[in-house]
Design a protein around this ligand. Sequence first.
Ligand code: HEC
Ligand code: HEC
Length: 440
Amino acid sequence: MPRQWNWAVTVGVLPLICGSIISASDFAAHANEVAQDSAAKPTEAPAGFDTPTLAQKAGSKSSSNGIAEPAGDSFALDQQIYETVHDVSTGLGPVYNARSCAECHQNPVSGGASQFTELRIGHRDISGNFVNPTIPINDGAASIGGRSIVNDRAVVPEAQEHIPASEDVRTLRATLNTLGDGFVEAIDDNTLRAIAARQPLLSGGRIQGEAIEVPVLEAPGQTRIGRFGWKDQQSTVLSFAGDAYLNEMGVTNRLRPKDVTSVGKSTHDPEDVPDSLGLADIDHFAQFIRGTKVPPRDEKLAATSVAKAGERLFASIGCGTCHVSSITTARPGTIINGGMYTVPVALGNKIIHPYSDFLLHDVDTGDGIVQAGPQDTADKLRTAALWGLRMRPRYMHDLKSLTLQNAIDRHGGEAEHVTHRFRELSREEKQQLFSFLESL
Ligand code: HEC
Ligand code: HEC
């Protein structure tokens, strides 16, 4: 079958320059403009798995992306605090999933992803709207409500959560990579809007990513386009850190000041208080994540003609419409996060290759859960970022795909026509595409 769509789609996925998506002719004009003003030329974000997990002298062999540290702080100290294992005396629980950020975010170095999944549940009301569960604990003497996450562990048996039979929307969600997320935070909202606006044009109206505005926890009353989490439930690294410290570890902090239950609780809120530098743990977590480099390619495999052919196929059959190959971050000095953060020199005007649009799509794998977005996001998920893919042996939000072939085969809905093109590739072409994916 002739592949007329090849050229049209390839043009559409040209890199995004300076925060906007541009056409082929704009590209040449823009390239000239940029050449005249070399100070403004975006540069590649530094890449590397450079935050090894060490039992002794945590962080001592790490190097950051060059981000400036607050007075008295160091990247090694930030990493140490990210790796610190908690117990009840330092605020762990009453309900929790694991004892340190690095317990889940670790492969192959601190800040990466892992096979840890977590549980989310709920049910639908008579109008079909998603409703958070109410989970009885302590033999029914108390309950936990107002959230879809269920913690797998508790510090006392009375606080252990179980899934009530009535909560029949249930899903497992995989741990996400956080390496390079400072660059993702530094993407301007308008860049994400422009990517969404372009998708129907690139796909004959079949693909339309959804951008949702979510509250910035550190700037009450302010919102920003969500980009973190499988549901785009957070828009800033600090917001996510505050949320994760409570939801994953049960450590209360200035952004999430109350534990979800007092059953089994022995400490005072908030458990995370500022240190002698004036920084709380959540500030160190955010500083660590913002200081990490982006996941590096397997340069040797990426340079092969097979992987290069696969990269062209990835673009030409339309994978890149959602898995966007290149995005440029906002300029240094841009004020983001509801006025609470200024894009630093290390993160601004940088080209990244996340292979994601950070938008929500329905590809028929939806988990039924509504978090920060409207009800129509129940069956949507954020396009999985494919950078660092070679560190993941299981795929998709539920980790149920054990091969790349299966992960691609599961893409229906908005991606149906693209999956169809994939199925029409020859065996050799499919192998090229897999080689490219394995180089990420
Ligand atoms: C029990 C495992 C676990 C622990 C412990 C954990 N996380 Fe996570 N993390 C996850 C999972 C699972 C997700 C995806 C959650 C979702 O979207 O539902 C995630 C997502 C994230 C993200 C979003 C990444 C992205 O690009 O979208 C950030 C940031 C993050 N975690 C930071 C932290 C920090 C900081 C800590 C320590 C306070 C922490 N996490 C502790 C499992 C964990
Ligand atoms: C309409 C947007 C869209 C298109 C087109 C698309 N994807 Fe995806 N992709 C997604 C979403 C959303 C997910 C997450 C789905 C989930 O976890 O249930 C995903 C997940 C993946 C994953 C799993 C990554 C991981 O870390 O688990 C791979 C691999 C992948 N896509 C490859 C491809 C390839 C190859 C193509 C082209 C044949 C493609 N995708 C086309 C949206 C898209």
